[in-house]
Design a protein around this ligand. Structure first.
Ligand code: PGA
Length: 249
């Protein structure tokens, strides 16, 4: 049985003051979330501060990226060992904003993935098609290509050590959620693709949905058989909304 994971991607939002309030709010309602694991992925500069807010509460910490190198002359990057030191369990990798706004290729994403796994940080590997790709009927080819970049270099067993987040780009931050049926169809496709290589890996890997998931639509999305949680952007910035998604699981 796969456990549900609700992870908040705060993106480039927050301040020292607001993250304190947000964490207090999440911790205050956490006991009511019984069917899901919760995690937060703050901007890198706040990771250690958020870790101290978490204390011994059952909230996982994640970064929004991870370097494909161990250390050295890589200005602006975050070393895996630093993220471990800061208490990160997860690292979001290959978010569509990184891919489209900062030019991260499938190959670079695969290298970041490899470094995360080698360092004991669980990648949350983001994949998903643009609106144009969906409308031209190539959604499955796109998510296949993004997955193959990792599988071909790291092997199928590495996928067993990650979390996948299917995030249709047209649904991110747009308020336009994929319908439960649309999302389930792609999740089922991803799982069947993995099952062709390893039934074990396909059975155990958590596949999250991301893209305008909120308190109102979470229950229906999370009730789909192949949707194992959510990667939440906007709705993770308000404790009540984030907790409501956790409770919907
Ligand atoms: P959103 O973002 O929930 O604001 O659509 C999701 C994401 O980009 O991870």
């Amino acid at each position: 049985m796969r456990r549900t994971l609700i992870a908040g991607n705060w993106k480039m939002n927050g301040s020292l003051e607001s993250i304190g309030e947000l964490m207090d709010g999440i911790k205050a309602g956490l006991a009511e979330v019984t069917n899901a694991d919760m995690a937060v992925c703050p901007p890198a500069i706040y990771l250690m501060k958020v870790k101290s807010h978490i204390g011994d509460a059952a909230i996982g910490l994640g970064s929004q990226n991870i370097c494909d190198q161990e250390s050295g002359a890589f200005t602006g990057e975050l070393a895996p060992a630093m993220l471990k030191e800061a208490g990160c369990k997860y690292a979001i990798i290959g978010h569509s904003e990184r891919r489209s706004l900062y030019g991260e290729s499938d190959d670079l994403v695969a290298r970041r993935f490899a470094m995360a796994v080698a360092s004991g940080v669980t990648p949350i590997l983001c994949i998903g098609e643009t609106l144009e790709e969906r409308e031209s009927g190539v959604t499955e080819q796109v998510v296949s290509r993004q997955l193959d970049a990792v599988i071909d270099t790291q092997g199928i067993d590495a996928i067993g050590q990650c979390v996948i987040a299917y995030e249709p780009v047209w649904a991110i931050g747009t308020g336009k959620t994929a319908s439960p049926e649309q999302a389930q169809a792609v999740h089922a496709f991803i799982r069947s693709k993995l099952a062709a290589l390893s039934v074990d890996v396909a059975d155990k890997v958590q596949i999250l949905y991301g893209g305008s998931m909120n308190a109102a639509n979470a229950a229906e999305l999370l009730s789909q058989p192949d949707i194992d949680g959510g990667l939440i952007g906007g709705a993770s910035l308000k404790a009540a909304d984030f907790l409501a998604i956790g409770k919907a699981a």
